[in-house]
Design a protein. Sequence first.
Length: 69
Amino acid sequence: MLGGNALADIIPIRKARPCVEVGEACGEWFVRVVEEDQELTRSFKLESYALAFAEGQRTRLHLNTFSRL
C-alpha cells in the first residue's frame, strides 16, 4: 500500500465546465447538471418542472444560460 490513505492518492482525471442542459426523450424531461467534480441527472414528467429546476440550478451555479437539447 502506498501512502497512508488510498483516497488521498487519487488524482481527478478532468474538471468539467459547469453547465445545465434540458432535453426531452420518450415523453419525459431530463435536466443534466454538471459541476467541476460531479454530474447529476434528474427526470420530470412536466416540462415546466424541468425548466424551473434548470433555472434554479443555472442561478445557483452563476451561469448566464442553460442549454436546451
